[in-house]
Design a protein around this ligand. Structure first.
Ligand code: C2E
Ligand code: CA
Ligand code: CA
Length: 648
């Protein structure tokens, strides 16, 4: 007759192990759904989870056998089970340890120290395991079950040992480990030690799996979960990036839709924030309902990105139109008729590699165009749009880089020049410096990059670099050749800074040249803004003997009285005036009158854009002092000016 004790027997409570197993499985499922970024540390996490699942399963089997010794027990296989568990437990320790250290890997040079530590701990652990197995002291078979107390105690002790080593290493290297990790270690390690300690004391329940599954869950939540936006349920930008990369890696074709509500960008503080947030969520649900191929991500309050994962352009177009309809609906409903920008990236595989750039391009588009007028924009871009955008983008990046580096010898700024013919002296006496931008060996004309430079606050840097280059070239040319000056074009922003004149004089001073050899060109439109500082700079430059030119005369408002009031010495007639006056007698009369007027008032006159013999003849007849144009020479690298000037 069995004793009562045998009925109660050596039964273990393993509900804790089941809970941990479930947790690990759930986490694995979640991870496969949210597709976090597959970083190196993420791989450790996945391996850690898989190992945990195996270890916990083994543990459950061990306990099952131990509790039903009569039906399942077989000495060899039981020992193998225990040994397997011990091995996997060691693997888990290594993975967790590695994971924590990986978070600071970038700054970690002394890997060998860590590896030594692993080896020492592993030797300790495995020799202990082997000893226990050989001595057959891991467990004792009793009539009512198998007593695995010693086994549990052994690995728990080793777990405590590892946790403490890990703690110490983290403390030693705390400078290179993120604060959040250190805090986590501070909380988790003592907890793990406590739980393992309790595990050693408790002979009837097994719950040690929690000590590795819970840290893994914590890692996931902290570093790999892709938090969903709680308002709209969209995924965050971090997960967009990982999906993007996966698509690119697997060479999958996708379209990118960029949805922006410019009015909402800083709506975080708006009074009807709540209403808007609900509306946003509704829009998102509607978009998601279009197709399962659409993945929506939130970038900020008023900006979303959708990946449309389809091969067919027609599908993408169709989906985009549906998105547009939804946005139109939102526009109609919303109180302030919130307008939107919907840009969809073009089609072909080629652009996949630069997919990331589309975002930049759309942002640029939004900044520069239509949206200022408060219109809804739907824009399905194609390859040529992309190339046009890309060119501007490249120019923008280059200019910004030039501004940051601020190097007077920057080779991306190329200094061209065009000689100017003096009618009185019948020779070339001066030249105009003209800037070019060199990108990937291609020269970009100023009409293309100057407006971009002005928008990005880069123009001043360009003027300063040009200034240096021209001074340097003039210094060299003046040693051999006889000429009066080289002019440099300036822009409005240069002249609105009251100390601009000083900067110019300082630069000229750095070179062994007569400052009169550098002249500046301004345009009429510059007088319109900030007239005070512009005039101040002009007066100061004049006082130092720097000649000033009024460029593009005749394209603006041409207020003659005002021109006389401005301290310039040379009036440079715009080429359009020349072309018009040859065709139109009335313009011809005006020009003749103006030349007379300027001469009487002591100004020098110059005509640009002279392309042929007849235009040259006309210009001389009308009495222009100087002539510039393709007829004489096209702009070329400034060093070439020697060809046109006389030797000294
Ligand atoms: P701009 O100051 O009116 O310069 C004259 C432009 O006319 C130059 O164009 C020149 O190449 C062109 N040109 C010269 N001769 C002829 C001709 O016979 N026929 C025709 N059709 N054109 C002729 P470029 O070099 O493309 O420069 C365009 C504009 O870019 C310049 O107009 C100027 O406003 C600006 N720019 C050029 N370099 C600089 C610079 O260093 N700084 C600033 N701020 N602007 C510059
Ligand atoms: Ca000019
Ligand atoms: Ca001009």
């Amino acid at each position: 007759m069995p004793r009562i004790g045998m009925h109660i027997g050596l039964r273990y409570d393993i509900i804790g192990e089941y809970a941990s197993l479930l947790l690990a499985l759930l986490l694995l499922i979640f991870m496969s759904l949210t597709k976090p970024k597959k970083s190196k540390s993420f791989k450790f996490l996945v391996m850690g989870l898989l190992a945990s699942i195996v270890a916990t399963t083994l543990q459950i089997i061990i306990v099952e056998v131990a509790s039903n010794v009569t039906s399942y027990y077989n000495r060899e296989s039981f020992t193998v089970l225990l040994a397997m568990f011990l091995c996997i437990y060691a693997v888990i320790q290594v993975l967790i340890f590695n994971y924590i250290n990986l978070l600071s890997e970038r700054r970690l040079k002394k890997r060998s120290v860590i590896i030594m530590l692993y080896i020492v701990v592993a030797l300790f652990y495995f020799s202990g395991s082997v000893f226990q197995i050989v001595m057959k002291s891991l467990y004792y078979v009793r009539t009512d079950g198998i007593d695995i107390t010693q086994f549990t105690r052994f690995y728990s002790l080793m777990g405590i040992f590892c946790a403490i080593v890990c703690f110490i290493v983290v403390m030693i290297r705390r400078r290179s480990i993120a604060r959040i990790v250190i805090r986590g270690v501070f909380i988790v390690v003592p907890l793990v030690v406590l739980v393992l300690f309790l595990q050693i004391l408790d002979k009837r329940s097994i719950f040690s799996a929690s000590t590795y599954v819970i840290p893994l869950v914590a890692f996931y939540l902290l570093f790999h979960s892709n938090p969903y936006d709680e308002e709209t349920g969209c995924q965050s930008i971090g997960s967009l990036e990982s999906r993007f990369l996966t698509n690119i890696r697997t060479n999958r074709i996708f379209y990118l839709a960029y949805i922006d509500f410019p009015q909402l960008t800083d709506s975080g503080l708006s009074p009807n924030y709540e209403v808007l947030a609900i509306e946003m969520a509704r829009v998102c649900r509607e978009i998601e309902r279009i197709s399962r191929k659409i993945h929506l991500y939130r970038i900020n309050f008023g900006t979303f990105m959708a990946l449309i994962e389809t091969k067919e352009r027609s599908d993408a177009q169709n989906y985009s139109e549906q998105i547009r309809d939804i946005l139109d609906g939102f526009h109609e409903r919303s109180e302030d008729h919130i307008h939107y920008f919907l840009g969809v990236s073009g089609d072909s595989r080629r652009f996949i590699a630069v997919g990331n750039k589309w975002t930049q391009l759309f942002m640029m588009y939004i900044r520069d165009t239509k949206l200022i007028d408060g219109e809804n924009v739907y824009y399905f871009a194609n390859g040529s749009d992309f190339r046009a955008f890309d060119e501007i983008y490249k120019i923008e990046q280059t200019l910004i880089d030039i501004r940051i580096k601020m190097d007077a010898d920057d080779e991306r700024i190329v200094c061209y020049a065009q000689p100017i013919y003096s009618v009185n002296q019948d020779e070339f006496r001066s030249a105009e410096a003209l800037m070019r931008l060199s990108i990937d060996g291609k020269l970009i004309p100023p009409d293309m990059f100057i407006p971009i430079a002005e928008k990005n606050n880069c123009i001043h840097a360009l003027t300063v670099i040009m200034m240096h280059k021209v001074c340097k070239a003039v210094e060299k040319l003046a040693m051999e050749y006889d000429f009066d000056a080289v002019t440099i074009n300036c822009s409005t922003t240069d002249f609105t800074d009251k100390t601009f004149y000083k900067e110019i004089l300082d630069i000229i001073h750095e070179y062994r040249i007569d400052k009169k050899m550098i002249r500046l060109e301004l345009t009429e439109s510059m007088m319109a803004e900030n007239y005070e500082s512009v005039k101040h700079n002009m007066n100061m430059l004049n006082r130092e003997g720097i000649h000033l030119y009024m460029d593009d005369f005749g394209t603006g408002y041409s207020n003659l009285e005002r021109v006389v009031d401005v301290p310039v010495q040379t009036i440079k007639f715009d080429k359009s005036l020349l072309y018009k006056s040859i065709k139109d007698d009335r313009v011809d009369d005006i020009i003749s009158y103006m030349i007379e007027f300027f001469k009487k008032n002591g100004f020098v006159t110059l005509i640009e854009g002279v392309e042929d013999e007849s235009q040259k003849k006309y210009s001389i007849e009308r009495g222009f002092d100087y002539i510039q144009g393709y007829h004489y020479a096209k702009p070329a690298p400034i060093e070439n000016l020697g060809k046109y000037f006389k030797h000294k």
